[in-house]
Write a protein that binds this ligand. Structure first.
Ligand SMILES: [Zn+2]
Ligand SMILES: [Zn+2]
Length: 313
């Protein structure tokens, strides 16, 4: 399967600020030496050697992840503002007459807001299947597109729409098995696991890890143990997780301990705190790497999710 991140920011869309942009430019200017500017080659080398925190940005769009299965089945998890970018990309590539499968983790704004701006939903040639373990998904999506909140109703979206309330704890879709699990978050939220050809991707946004999640129960083991990639809410620092107990998010240090507990192979930090700029998020990544090595789990590969990041499993 191929995984692409279109929105990784938590809680609210967070465009880069003029001050943040200026500080990135200042950091580049501070580093450059006259010889770096000598030739096109030296300039390219200089740019390619800049730290990720300067040359890249994690991005400001809220949750949206695209998963393409090997048989071409197209899965999307959550319709945060990143979905708009995905839709624009599909329209640019003239991908028309497609079927989409959109799974929802929960109904908070930052996971729905992009849907009214998903251009493929306006094309009658397209089909969209919506999935959630909770009922009333159709009603909730309709509600956000009602006057006075939005000028266009969902009925004006021409794509064929089918709503599925998923029951039990797993289903088949294309070549994959998709399973889900309730996680702790105000109002409830679900983590999804997608397994295809013996590889597994777990997506657990908006999750406040609890003691129970670390217990060696069969249920936990079956869902988490040995996953190839776990992308999990790590919005907070440890101090914030203590201060914001019960707010429904985890710290990067809890995410690290969790990945170590369940022998996860690759750990992605996700649902980034809106008040944190790139340099802070990359310093959190360094802290997470240090903590993993301190725990003697050097074989877990930890990364910060960024807009546009693509992974292959
Ligand atoms: Zn959220
Ligand atoms: Zn939430």
């Amino acid at each position: 399967m191929e995984i692409k991140f279109w929105g990784v920011r938590g809680s609210i869309p967070t465009p880069i600020t003029p001050e943040q942009l200026e500080s990135k430019i200042a950091a580049v200017v501070q580093r450059v030496k006259p010889e770096d500017l000598d030739s096109e080659e030296s300039r390219e080398l200089f740019i390619s050697n800049l730290p990720e925190s300067i040359i890249n940005t994690v991005g400001g769009n809220t949750t949206c992840v695209e998963i393409n299965l090997s048989d071409g089945t197209r899965i999307i998890i959550d319709a945060g503002t990143g979905l708009r970018e995905l839709g624009r990309d599909l329209m640019k590539k003239r991908e028309i007459g497609r079927e989409f499968h959109i799974f929802f983790t929960h109904m908070h704004w930052d996971h729905l807001q992009g849907f009214p701006f998903f251009d493929p939903a306006y094309l009658p040639q397209n089909k969209i299947n919506f999935y959630s373990p909770v009922d009333k998904l159709e009603e909730y999506l309709n509600d956000q597109m009602r006057a006075p909140y939005f000028p266009v109703t969902m009925a004006a979206m021409g794509a064929k729409k089918t709503f599925h309330t998923v029951t039990g704890d797993c289903m088949r879709l294309g070549n994959a098995t998709i399973s889900w699990r309730r996680v702790k978050h105000p109002g409830g939220c679900f983590a999804y696991k997608i397994e295809e050809n013996g590889r597994s991707f777990i997506f657990s946004t908006d999750t406040e890890l609890r003691k129970k999640d670390f217990e060696k129960s069969k249920e936990n083991h079956d869902f988490f143990y040995g996953a190839d990639i776990l992308v999990i809410d790590s919005q907070y620092t440890l101090d914030e997780a203590i201060e914001k107990y019960d707010w429904g998010h985890s710290s990067y240090s809890q995410a690290v301990e969790f990945a170590a507990t369940w022998k996860i192979k690759k750990l992605g930090l996700f649902h980034h705190e809106p008040k944190y700029a790139d340099n802070k998020l990359y310093s959190i990544l360094n802290s997470a790497k240090w903590y993993l090595s301190h725990l003697d789990f050097n074989d877990i590969d930890v990364f910060v999710t960024t807009e546009g990041l693509e992974l292959e499993l």
